[in-house]
Ligand binder design. Structure first.
Ligand code: NAD
Length: 291
């Protein structure tokens, strides 16, 4: 399977990062979103991230210009039918992802591989609603995509070997490392990470510690580069809540129940860095804890 053209659905924090690394690796990228503002913002983020790499001598100006010229944007999802590989990276909601694949399938060439960057949703279930479960798999990048080394590759029950091998070759072309995970709720990284973040929110909710004392404890006490609440804001609290719900529903164990305080932040629209406020308020010069 010769992959040259990659379609990316969703130009949010993950989608623009995926478009960035694909373009740097030489793939032609077609980036799609439902709103023009998200596309403009996504391309703006890619440009400023590449500019930063040029100013730090991690990339030449010529390579940046060549990579940027390989990225085009579209509001028209069916245009992605002409790509060899689609990486769906829209909002973490199963109905949203299902609708995207449903709308896309009639426009696909026979060999296009479909993948999802979902953090937690069943690959087998998403695949079963397309015409090509054997050519469908999980392609799970970490945030921020240009910096993080790992990609989790998740095979659904029907995924065939050529599809897995083609995705593995893409990961290698990106200069990243793949880890293979079976298709169970939240796969490997988030199965372990999210319960820790959720527990940090419970620790805050129960008054055991403040935002600062919880993050300081985990940074200085366990050598984590970011505290769990800071990390939750970075990931997006809506995404964290969605993953906890998938763990709770999928594994039917009360140990995965989402903390009510996490739900409350999401209800308030305080989703973390991307909305300017979460466990910290980012609207001033320095982040200020909100509790
Ligand atoms: P985000 O909120 O930053 O971006 C989501 C984007 O999807 C938005 O621009 C939105 O307009 C777009 N979108 C929504 N519906 C759409 C549709 N029907 N068609 C096209 N675009 C649509 O979210 P994100 O953090 O980039 O997360 C995207 C995916 O990546 C989710 O599945 C999430 O679980 C996964 N993921 C997130 C992280 C993280 O740390 N945030 C890490 C790994 C994987």
């Amino acid at each position: 399977m010769d992959i040259r053209k990659v379609g990316v659905v969703g130009a949010g924090q993950m989608g623009n990062g995926i478009a960035h690394v694909m373009a740097v690796a030489g793939y032609d990228v077609l980036l799609n979103d439902i709103n023009q503002e998200a596309l403009d913002k996504g391309v703006g983020v890619i440009k400023s991230n590449m500019d930063r790499m040029v100013s730090r001598d991690k990339m030449t100006a010529e390579d940046r210009d060549a990579a940027l010229s390989r990225i085009t944007t579209t509001l028209d999802l069916p245009e992605l039918g002409a790509t060899d590989l689609v990486v769906e990276s829209a909002t973490e909601r199963e109905t949203v992802k299902q609708a995207i694949f449903e709308d896309l399938v009639p426009h696909l060439g026979p060999d296009t591989i479909l993948t999802s960057n979902t953090s937690s949703i069943s690959i087998t279930r998403l695949a079963s609603r397309t015409d090509r479960p054997e050519k469908f798999m999980g392609f799970h990048f970490m945030n921020p995509v240009p910096v993080m080394q790992l990609v989790e590759l998740i095979r659904g029950i029907a995924t065939d070997k050529p599809t897995y091998d083609a995705c593995l070759a893409v990961v290698e072309n990106l200069g990243k490392t793949a880890a293979s995970s079976e298709d169970f709720p939240a796969f490997i990284v988030n199965r372990i990470l999210m319960p820790m973040i959720n527990e940090a929110v419970y620790t805050l909710y129960e008054g055991v510690g403040s935002v600062i004392s919880i993050d300081t404890s985990m940074k200085l006490g366990t050598n984590h580069p970011m505290g769990p609440l800071e990390l939750a804001d970075f990931i997006g609290l809506d995404t964290c809540l969605a993953i906890m719900n998938v763990l709770h529903d999928g594994l039917a164990d009360t140990k995965y129940r989402p903390c009510p305080l996490l739900t409350k932040y999401v209800e308030a629209g305080w989703l973390g860095r991307k909305t300017g406020r979460g466990f910290y308020d980012y609207r001033g010069e320095e982040p200020v804890p909100t509790r």
